[in-house]
Design a protein around this ligand. Structure first.
Ligand code: ADP
Length: 257
């Protein structure tokens, strides 16, 4: 017999938000936050009103990726998200004093995530893109139990290990009854300035895995120095190099969410 789950409040939609899209990954460092940021910006480019919520509580990276480090204000007892590149943004990184790593128990994680969804003024958005922590844990559960998630995008690199973890993430979303829209293959290849292509982490493995998992390969994002540079300088590639092949891949991805 399955162990009894503690009772939890029913998931309720975030007020004034069209779609909630979760960006997830099986492991860290595969480019999940990079994809979340550039997907949000690509959606904005297409004329949507977009918010970006970073619940990667153990390593919030949106402040660096977007080049903002302010404190959100409070108005009418609601937290007002920060603005950058035309997006509304909230991250735990805006509330932390320094870089001290945080160690929180499940209920605290759940409390923070609920507050980020319920007490932040997200009204008037077409999309809320949520940057999840890597793996399968309290934050994923808390998100699913707080709001109905319209779809999840799973980011992976073509390397074997990242793929194994991505498959685990898939199972989790299916268990949580969240629709997985598909996978994004990041760092798919490196293109030299002369146009030569190198498949550093292997070729075709993500597509094969997507097929096996009965899902879509939504986009392949090349390993692009402009992505790393833009990320470090707070100017994401969709903004800093809008005509690049990389940005076009993100704009295409925005069509499928
Ligand atoms: P995660 O959220 O999965 O931990 P990040 O999005 O923080 O990963 O990315 C980790 C690092 O890799 C960052 O420095 C980022 O700029 C870089 N990076 C991510 N995707 C790419 C890419 N396609 N090309 C080049 N660098 C990338």
């Amino acid at each position: 017999k399955a162990p009894k789950q503690p009772s939890v409040p029913q998931a309720e939609p975030v007020q004034g938000v069209g779609k909630v899209i979760a960006v997830a990954s099986g492991k860290g460092g595969v480019g999940k936050s990079t994809v979340a940021v550039n997907l949000a910006l690509a959606l904005k480019e297409k004329g949507h009103r977009v918010g970006l919520l970073d619940i990667d509580i153990y390593g919030p990276s949106l402040p660096t990726l977007l080049g903002i480090m302010d404190r959100p204000s409070v108005a009418d007892r609601r937290i007002v998200p920060l603005q950058a590149h035309g997006l509304r943004i909230m991250s735990l990184g805006f509330l932390m004093e320094d870089d001290t790593p945080v160690i929180w128990r499940g209920p605290i994680v759940t409390g923070i995530i609920r507050q980020f969804l319920r007490d932040v003024d997200w009204s008037g958005l077409d999309y809320l893109v949520v940057d999840m922590p890597p793996g399968t844990g309290d934050a994923q559960l808390a998100l699913a139990q707080t709001v109905p998630v319209d779809g999840a995008v799973v980011v992976t690199t073509p390397s074997e290990l990242a793929l194994i973890d991505a498959a685990r993430g898939f199972e989790m979303f299916r268990t949580l009854n969240i629709d997985v829209l598909g996978v994004v293959e990041n760092m798919s290849k490196f293109i030299t300035p002369d146009g030569e292509e190198f498949f550093i982490f292997g070729e075709g493995s993500v597509e094969k895995e997507a097929e096996r998992l009965n899902t879509e390969l939504l986009a392949s994002i090349p390993l692009d120095p402009a992505v790393r540079k833009g990320g470090d300088e707070g100017s994401p590639v969709v903004v800093s190099a809008p005509d690049s092949e990389t940005s076009k891949a993100f704009l295409e991805l925005a069509e499928s969410v």
